[in-house]
Design a protein around this ligand. Structure first.
Ligand SMILES: [Mg+2]
Length: 271
């Protein structure tokens, strides 16, 4: 495949596509309440889920890791008793946080909690699939179009592959990207590393766009640059990238003061 000099990695959920709030508030959180019979403290349990996955430094965390945190907090508040030993062991040992990997471990251990977690994850996928169509944030299309002239674009997401590809197709954005890396491709850090190794891009020629601290970390671990979609200011962020940040990226003046300002603004919005 012919490569350009620049690589731009784009997170999907909550960054390019406005899906985070709906997925968490209408699917993951209420289904956790349902599966663990937390109806008696629904409001508190959903608040725990949403705070962890949407409004904290853990925003964008993988669903399984988020579930471990949320269930542990529910237990420490006395809402629930559950033995998470096998689940925590799987989280530590697995390379890929996916239903397939969890199912494999369930086959080996027959642990009833793993079974419940797999059910919750599958039911969540079904619920997400029947949500009303999501929208791309305003400005995304124009920005992707501009960037695709100068660089290779790749989706780097930790969400379910079918969902990501369906969304990018539906919004007519898939044509701008060369590759889609999703939950089944491994960690974002690993995905960026692989793309960089395959294409031989220099760190200063790689930009990761994301809405979560984990996206920033994945960029930094690879020596790549980071541009944040600031929460609740997504449209403004995409416009800024198109009109200002991307030119700096191409010119080699992105790293340093400019990037630090973007990161500062991003983290302040998450506190
Ligand atoms: Mg995201």
């Amino acid at each position: 495949m012919e490569r350009k000099k620049f690589l731009i990695c784009i997170d999907s959920d909550g960054c390019a596509i406005d899906t985070m709030e709906q997925k968490h508030k209408k699917c993951f959180a209420p289904l956790m309440v349902e599966k663990w019979h937390l109806e008696g403290c629904r409001e508190e349990a959903e608040e725990i889920w949403n705070r962890i996955s949407l409004y904290s430094m853990d925003r964008g965390i993988n669903r399984f890791k988020g579930l471990e945190m949320a269930l542990n907090e529910c237990m420490s508040r006395g809402y629930l008793r559950e033995d998470l030993t096998e689940f925590s062991r799987w989280l530590k040992e697995t390379d890929v946080y996916s239903n397939g990997s969890l199912e494999k471990r369930l086959g080996e251990t027959k642990d009833p909690v793993l079974k419940k977690i797999l059910d919750w994850s599958i039911t969540s996928n079904q619920a997400i699939a029947s949500l009303p169509p999501s929208k791309a944030f305003e400005g995304v299309r124009e920005t992707l179009e501009t960037m695709s002239v100068y660089g290779d674009l790749a989706v780097v997401s930790s969400a379910n592959r079918e969902a990501v590809e369906a969304e990018w197709n539906r919004h007519g954005l898939i044509g701008f990207v060369k590759e889609v890396m999703a939950q089944d491709s491994g960690s974002k850090t690993g995905c960026i590393a692989r793309l960089m190794a395959e294409g031989g891009y220099d760190g200063d020629h790689v930009l990761m766009i994301g809405d979560a601290p984990g996206d920033q970390k994945a960029a930094e671990k690879n020596g790549a640059l980071f541009f944040p979609a600031v929460i609740r200011r997504e449209k403004e962020s995409w416009t800024r990238l198109r009109e200002e940040g991307f030119a700096r990226f191409l010119a080699g003046t992105y790293r340093g003061e400019y990037e630090n300002e973007r990161k500062k603004e991003f983290l302040e919005a998450l506190q």
